[in-house]
Design a protein around this ligand. Sequence first.
Ligand code: FAD
Ligand code: SIN
Length: 546
Amino acid sequence: MKFSTKPVVIIGSGIAGLYLAIKLSEKINSEILLVTKANLGESNSRYAQGGIVGVLPENLPDSVELHVADTIKAGAGLTDAGIAEFISENSTEAIYDLVKYGVEFDKNPENRIQLTLEAAHSVKRILHSGGDATGRNIELALSHKVLNTPNIKIYQGIQAVDLLMDSDRRCRGVILYDSKTGEYEIVYANVTVIATGGAGQIYSNTTNPAIATGDGIALAYRAGAVIQDMEFIQFHPTALDLEENGSRFLISESVRGEGARLKNTDGEFFTQNYDKRGDLAPRDIVTRAIFFEMKEKGYNHVLLDTSSINKETLIERFPNIIKACKDHEIDILESPIPVSPAAHYIMGGIKISQEGKTTIPGLYAVGEAGCTSFHGANRLASNSLLECVVIAGEMAKNIAEQNLEVEPVKDCKSDCLLSQYEKHILSYKPDIEDYIRKLRETMWDKAGIVRNEQSLNQALKMINELKLEFNQEYRCRNINEYEFRSMLTVAELIVRSSIVRKESRGAHYRDDYPETSEHAYHSYISKEIFGTVKEVCDFTFSYKSM
Ligand code: FAD
Ligand code: SIN
């Protein structure tokens, strides 16, 4: 085992981790360690298509009030209005900052930023880049900046596998695993930041790439952090319907924003039968409309009809979608796109404050792994990238004010954890691919778009069986095993939280409790504080001083 000490370690190089590293590097001289388990750019962020919300002053009649109202409405009673206001008010600055770091947003012929519409936004306010390559262009610009910043050190292909906690319940750093050499490095740090993104891979159908296995949420839970609202999983209505399971290519909501419409395979437009806002109703509603339409009529998919958008617009706005469909022998200029829903985003996560503080001193979180209650029970399209940037900016200010002098910590609790990673493990090799397949299929079938008491209990039973068979609580043999360990933990958090919430709200739909209760509450789960999931509505968390 190697040992090192750092003032700040950031885990994850999506938009949240990259932007934080850059902002922090402008405020402190000490070295910042940025760790990522894949290549620098590989992340959910890279695949973002639709764009990023910007409430630009020149874009009347848009306003912070209007954006906050749309966000709160989509959030189904669980959006924190203060956080929504804060993020919305800071959106213009965030956009200008991205431009400063080299992101080129698309412009119209008058050289003004071009804005598009997505579901449940009452005005056009979404900026995009490269047509439908917003995420890729942001990742490229921020990665370039990070690579050229002297006080940011980058570890690629290195996975965070556990957090180091001391006897005072303070986070002291992280255990890193190099999947190529099998070596471990213990990094003692004053500040540890989780920016590890979402967990779409827990489901057999997902728009998320392979890295999205919920590692950071699992690490924080193992360390005793409070985790919030895990039952709220957003299923995107329109992923390209392919035969194979696994990551599925997204057909951006902005295609509907530009005028495309959903029809069933009998050629009938159907979304207005479910909600009068039709194809641009909030995401959870359109997803359920497709789910029920497919179920009732026995379809494998529905069709996205782009014929009302003129071909020049399609070519200009969606070059990557056109190409991806072409790779699957679908010419979207001539025929509709077969689509069906897929797991896309997790609204819940590690409970954090506006500055990204978790309930554990020394540990911060940001981006999709965190939960500020901005998205509530259902995220409004293109609000995620914005949240990542605004919260990371605020976090950088907060971390820069901390005492970052590093003192290596020898502590019985962290020593005890390290000894678990020094142990030799038995040679029995679990069939990890089979375990992952079982977990993903179970989550899709039993804890997916529509759930109930019985299906959720069946999911929990399967998770418990897999836990018993896998039986790897600490040291694992390879990256797949570590990811599966995280996936099991996060799946259990989702299922337990879903069982507790005996109502339907936002993206959480239970057909045994189809109504929304009058009383809106968050669900919290923490190993150390509650032992199990607990419904809490008036619980106030103290984010202890660092
Ligand atoms: P990510 O971008 O997922 O980055 C996570 C990083 O953590 C990665 O670098 C990963 O390798 C690393 N990591 C994970 N685990 C570990 C570990 N154990 N050790 C070390 N490193 C680790 N949102 C919008 O607002 N607008 C959009 O248009 C949009 N389109 C989307 C399209 C698709 C196909 C998808 C999947 C999502 C989309 N979203 C969109 C959602 C948005 O992209 C994500 O919520 C956001 O990018 C999350 O950023 P992040 O930095 O938190 O995480
Ligand atoms: C999309 O382009 O449809 C995805 C946007 C988002 O998830 O915010």
